[in-house]
Design a protein around this ligand. Sequence first.
Ligand code: TYD
Length: 211
Amino acid sequence: MPRGTFITFEGGEGTGKSTQLALLDEWLRTLGHRTVLTREPGGTALAEAVRALLLDPQLAPDGWSEIFLLEAARHDHVERVIRPALAAGAVVLSDRFADSSLVYQGLVRGLGWDEVAALNRLATGGLEPDLTVVLDLDPEAALTRAHRRNSHGAGRESRLDDEPAAFHRAVREGFLELARREPDRVRVVDAAGAPDKVFARIRPVLPEALR
Ligand code: TYD
């Protein structure tokens, strides 16, 4: 089966994932690659509907309800978008994927790393990214970015933007822990500075054919 390349971006709020993904998408297209840019929660009609449920402050599911919703959305996303695109040889770029569940639900919300890893395996059928870029930024700087974004056109979407500082520090620590556990797949990139500076740090960690 022909196999494309699956790259995910992870990190806390305001670390610049979507800006860097847009730059990478443009870069890869210029090189002549076919790309599919997607996100979690989301990426299919069903998964986008689940995203709206998860971000609705009226609903506020507990951790277990949240993880089952996320995994249902993830399964749909993997089966309908990611696997077919990889089979067709595309480079799939996802703004968050299963590692977000390990960190947010497994570690920070306390459901347990192994428990969430098991649910991830069921939802993804064992599909893992070829490369995961963790954008690492001091939460103070990240929140300034997130608030600037929310006060401009993009609107307030994430209820998690309202979490206290300790939460954001735990998320950052969680992604660093992920990188320690999976050093071959997960690469930490310093997300401080202008977008072009950060992108220049991402290029060297890409698979050779995509640099
Ligand atoms: P996202 O839109 O990527 O937020 P941001 O742009 O602010 O980084 O994701 C929405 C929220 O969902 C974000 O706060 C992280 C959370 N989330 C989880 O808690 N678990 C998950 O598995 C995923 C994919 C996202």
